[in-house]
Design a protein around this ligand. Structure first.
Ligand code: DGI
Ligand code: FE
Ligand code: FE
Ligand code: FE
Length: 188
């Protein structure tokens, strides 16, 4: 197994500096949210560090993985925003030899969420949204909601994300909608 420093170096190798710095902030925010919510901080730190590991890979890489790993073929209709987490977890297994399903699931769910999210996945989902450099209208409300409870944070984020996608006329991945229905709409 890699030390934190070795793992960070592996992440840095695959990302621009600004994206790597974001991963370090998500690592720290995940660690803090873990302590506050009774989750293993070391596990949360690793999942936070790795969450965007695959963000800068080519579309062709993701398309190949979707086709060869038996992933949802509907994924082919989307793009990097959805792929880098859901499909990116495959590259963490292949290249970093990390097979811990709690970590991999937190990476898989960090963008689209899920109707049921383990606490570790909720933590990375929220850390990505509220890390200290995030600056969008509502980020302070998101931070306050997350401080109140992880679930309140998740509800805030998925409502914000769905509104954003609709406002842009962007396609909504069905799992994103299912996350919204479960956490905000009360279905599922
Ligand atoms: O990787 P980050 O920029 O740190 O953040 P992220 O992984 O939370 O979000 C990546 C992008 O994915 C963001 O611009 C919103 C987009 N996204 C999330 N859900 C969906 C989506 N895009 C589409 N088209 N459909 C979705 O359901
Ligand atoms: Fe991401
Ligand atoms: Fe996110
Ligand atoms: Fe991120």
């Amino acid at each position: 197994p890699y030390t934190q420093a070795e793992l960070a170096a592996k992440v840095a190798e695959k990302l621009t500096d600004s994206r790597y710095q974001h991963c370090l902030r998500v690592e720290q925010t995940s660690r803090q949210l873990a302590v506050a919510n009774g989750v293993d901080p070391e596990l949360a730190a690793i999942a936070g560090l790795l969450h965007d590991y695959a963000k800068q890979r080519s579309d062709a890489t993701f398309i190949e993985l979707i086709k060869t790993r038996g992933l949802d073929p509907a994924l082919l209709n989307y793009g990097n925003g959805v792929w880098h987490g859901v499909v990116g977890a495959e590259l963490i297994k292949d290249e970093l030899h990390i097979y811990n399903e709690d970590i991999l699931n937190a990476v898989r769910l960090h963008t689209v969420g899920a109707p049921y999210m383990p606490k570790l996945a909720q933590i990375v989902f929220m850390a990505d949204f509220i890390e200290p450099q995030r600056d969008f209208p509502g980020v302070d409300d998101a931070r306050a909601a997350t401080k109140k409870s992880l679930a309140a944070g998740v509800r805030y984020q998925i409502q914000h994300t769905l509104s954003y996608l609709v406002s842009q006329g962007a396609p909504v991945y069905p799992q994103t909608l299912a996350t919204y229905n479960a956490w905000v709409g009360g279905i599922g």
